[in-house]
Design a protein. Structure first.
Length: 161
């Protein structure tokens, strides 16, 4: 019988099974992003919109929802992990192309981090560690005054040009 691997983030053990997609995404939004940024005021502004993207999301429906937001005033925070990342990247690139057609200039900040899933072996030397990537992306209009650019750069987010 297979056991659930122990999961760590920044050397602290998390009580999570990464196969539980809903709990994992909630953990990223409610704990991981906050832990990375360390600034609750920025994250809980009314204009920060959290967008989890999974491999099962319909790209067209997701883009249609995103287009309803006022990008000049809102900050989009996309996040995903593991097998869901490819879909997230597709959604973001299509979204940026659609917005570019509306003549709004965007800023994008990315942070790639990871979970470490540790499967127990017969002893510590036989543990199998697997890194599962976690990607967090902030997108906003260039003229948005509420985007904490200095905070994102200080926390090692990279600005995509």
């Amino acid at each position: 019988m297979a056991t659930v691997p122990r999961v760590e983030f920044e050397n602290s053990v998390l009580d999570i099974d990464l196969k539980d997609q809903r709990r994992s995404m909630d953990l990223i939004q409610n704990e991981i992003i906050q832990r990375i940024l360390g600034d609750k005021k920025f994250l809980y502004q009314d204009n920060v919109r959290f967008r989890k993207i999974t491999k099962n999301d319909n790209i067209k429906q997701t883009i249609d929802k995103l287009q309803k937001d006022n990008l000049k005033e809102e900050i989009q925070c996309f996040y995903s992990y593991g097998i869901h990342l490819q879909k997230m990247l597709s959604v973001i690139e299509i979204y940026k192309r659609v917005v570019k057609n509306s003549s709004t200039k965007l800023e994008q900040y990315n942070k790639l981090t990871n979970f470490v899933a540790i499967e127990e072996g017969r002893n510590v030397l036989l543990e199998k560690k697997t890194r599962i990537p976690v990607l967090i992306v902030f997108i906003s209009a260039e003229q948005n005054k509420t985007l904490e650019r200095d905070l994102l750069i200080q926390k090692k987010f990279t600005k995509q040009t």
